[in-house]
Design a binder for this molecule. Structure first.
Ligand code: 6PG
Length: 236
């Protein structure tokens, strides 16, 4: 595990973007699971502004680690956020983009997307393998859309499951622990003071860490990198 502590959110965006560009340059094809949330948004802005013509986007294949079950035009859609902040500003072939169809029946979509991962990604030990999974962490220790009150979803035998947001009741499709931990690289992007308690417990493995899905992230044959700002890292 590697932990990068940067001065502020902008530095997190910059250093992550450089890491991403390096990964892209090192391979002919890079499969990436994106995440929603406020930190990826800043990262997408940075990539769009500084790396639009520095990365060969035609070899990047984009998926989502989790998606809200809303149409792609809804302001809650992680796909829409990515279009607005990144995809509309770079040149990437349409066929490289595998969005979760948030407008469809959640249970059926979780099955379809899980099968799509099997069909389009390389597999190792029968499990689809992303080159890179981007994750955020919520103030409650959730990651992807696996929340503490449904942490059992982490150990599902399926690639994707339907999760329910504990407060809003919103349905989401999320990849499960076996897919996350099979990735070649997992990058946690976590910024802001509200994250400092959980970051401390998860990284130091103390307190209630066992009840937070973010603590289960441990890519067995891959690399885990945390990109934190000073505020989020205060406690470690
Ligand atoms: C989502 C996300 C979610 C997010 C965390 C952190 O769709 O809501 O994928 O898991 O990464 O909630 O979000 P922030 O970066 O906004 O704190």
């Amino acid at each position: 595990m590697e932990i990068k502590i940067l001065d502020n959110k902008q530095q997190v965006a910059k250093v992550f973007s450089e890491y991403f560009a390096q990964l892209a340059a090192s391979t002919d094809k890079l499969t990436v699971a994106l995440s929603g949330g406020s930190t990826p948004k800043i990262v997408f802005d940075y990539l769009a502004e500084h790396f639009a013509d520095k990365i060969d986007w035609s070899k990047i294949y984009l998926y989502w680690g989790d998606e809200r079950c809303v149409p792609p035009t809804d302001s809650e859609s992680n796909y829409k956020m990515t279009v607005d902040h990144l995809l509309s500003k770079i040149s990437i072939p349409e066929e490289n983009i595998y969005r979760v169809l948030g407008e469809n029946d959640p249970e059926e979509e979780a099955i379809r997307y899980g099968e799509l991962l099997d069909a389009t990604l390389a597999t190792t030990k029968g499990i689809p393998q992303f080159d890179l999974v981007l994750l955020g962490m919520g103030d409650d220790g959730h990651t992807a859309s696996i929340f503490p009150n449904s942490i059992y979803l982490w150990d599902s035998s399926r690639n994707c499951k339907v999760a329910t947001h504990p407060d809003s009741g919103q349905k989401r499709v999320t990849i499960t622990g076996k897919v996350i931990n099979q990735a070649k690289n997992v990058a946690f992007l976590v910024t802001g003071e509200s994250k400092k308690e959980k970051v401390k417990e998860v990284i130091n493995r103390e307190g209630e860490f066992n009840s937070y899905p973010a603590s289960m992230v441990n890519p067995t044959s891959g690399e885990l990198i945390w990109f934190l700002d000073q505020e989020a890292a205060t406690g470690i």
